[in-house]
Ligand binder design. Structure first.
Ligand code: KG4
Ligand code: ZN
Length: 367
């Protein structure tokens, strides 16, 4: 028997950074059509150029949506709800998605639903595994954010920790740049680190000490900026010893040892702090989300160090920025009656919906 899609049909559109992506999901959260277009224009600059990102979204958004609809086998008139990432992200890039969505939704007399990009990442694993449901502890690690949350139920989240400076993905990207590896840096660092000797260099684990206690301001927080500097110092020292000068000119074998030392340190901190949250909340389910959760070592270490618990992550396609997770988050918000207003817009610093920070703020002394 062929699959019968259920209402509502939701279109999710993602344009917050450098992926233009659209997906149609149905009432069962089944992905009917999904297109992810990664912009390659940024590769030559070694990072995302905001103006170029916005322009590329504008050029491609119609075609990406049309292809997602075609794969789903439906026309635009069949869409009941239009979901779109409204923030956080690059404002010019976000505006392309939000303006497109609002125009089409109002033109068709349908609701539009603004979605928070990181909440969408939180929903991604549940598209593939219905058991990736709260209550769980979640580590959300992307190019712009590093968040440790306790999700009591969908829509009610407690912030346990976050980065105080660089995001985890940003650290991967900066280390890649330093070593002359291509953008985006995460996959390049992971690949080369496989050849690295874990015993060659050891880097200090930032903000991770055994004597930290729950309630201490740094018990759950992260910091990656010092690690990036430590990697830079190490790479320059090795380059000096080898007479190459620039770390980007080091032989791949040396880059591999450095990349390995960085990745081991970053992942040890991410996993250790997530396990603290598991222990303190008594919640043994962990959901990994965001682009860095595509990292195989992060996944396997999390699983290896959580013997009694379950660890969920999305397939690489749904871990990176994508329209399907946006459609799924839009469905949740729509079911709660949360639809966008006529004068609603994008916001580069959109607040995470339902995220309570009360207990956390109390724990952090104000300076
Ligand atoms: O969620 P995402 O696609 O976009 C943002 O919301 O930022 O995450 C992108 C980030 C980039 O920093 C990229 O280097 C990192 O995720 N990333 C990885 C891997 N794949 C992507 N980091 C580590 N290992 C990977 N395999
Ligand atoms: Zn993302």
């Amino acid at each position: 028997m062929s699959y019968e899609p259920r209402r509502p049909l939701i279109l999710g559109l993602e344009t917050s950074c450098d992926e233009t992506s659209a997906a149609v999901i149905d009432g069962n959260h089944e992905i009917l059509g999904h297109v992810i277009l990664s912009q390659d224009v940024h590769e030559v600059y070694g990072g995302v150029v905001p103006e170029l990102a916005a322009r590329a979204h504008l050029q491609k958004v119609d075609a990406v949506v049309a292809e997602a609809l075609a794969r789903a086998g439906v026309g635009l008139q069949a869409i009941d709800v239009f979901g779109v990432t409204a923030g956080p992200g690059l404002i010019g890039a976000l505006l392309v998605g939000v303006c497109w969505t609002k125009a089409v939704a109002y033109g068709r007399g349908r609701p539009w639903v603004p979605v928070h990009h990181m909440e969408a990442h939180l929903f991604a694993p549940s598209l593939e595994d219905p058991e990736a449901e709260p209550p769980f502890v979640s580590l959300l690690v992307s190019g712009g954010h590093t968040l440790l949350l306790h999700a009591e139920t969908w829509g009610e989240y407690t912030l346990l920790g976050r980065t105080r400076d660089d995001a985890a993905g940003e650290a991967f990207d900066k280390v890649a740049k330093l070593l002359g590896l291509p953008y985006p840096g995460g996959p390049a660092v992971e690949t080369i680190a496989r050849e690295g000797d874990p015993g060659r260099h050891r880097l200090t684990r930032p903000m991770l000490r055994g004597n930290q206690r729950p309630g201490d301001a740094d018990f759950y927080d992260f910091s990656f900026s010092g690690l990036k500097t430590a990697v830079g110092n190490l790479a320059r020292r090795v380059a000096l010893d080898m007479g190459t000068g620039d770390p980007a000119d080091l032989p791949d074998s040396e880059k591999a040892h450095i990349a390995r030392a960085f990745q081991d340190a970053a992942i040890d901190v991410l996993v250790s702090k997530t396990l603290r949250a598991v222990e303190e909340t008594g919640c043994d389910r962990v959901v990994l989300g965001g682009g860095v959760s595509a990292n195989g070592v992060l996944r396997s270490e999390m699983e290896r160090r959580s013997p009694g618990g379950r660890v969920f992550w999305a397939s690489p396609r749904l871990s990176l920025d994508n329209g399907a997770m946006v459609a799924r988050a839009a469905r949740f918000r729509f079911d709660r009656g949360e639809v966008g207003a006529l004068d609603g817009s994008a916001s580069a610093g959109l607040a995470f919906p339902g995220l309570s920070t009360a207990s956390r703020e109390a724990a952090i002394p104000r300076t």
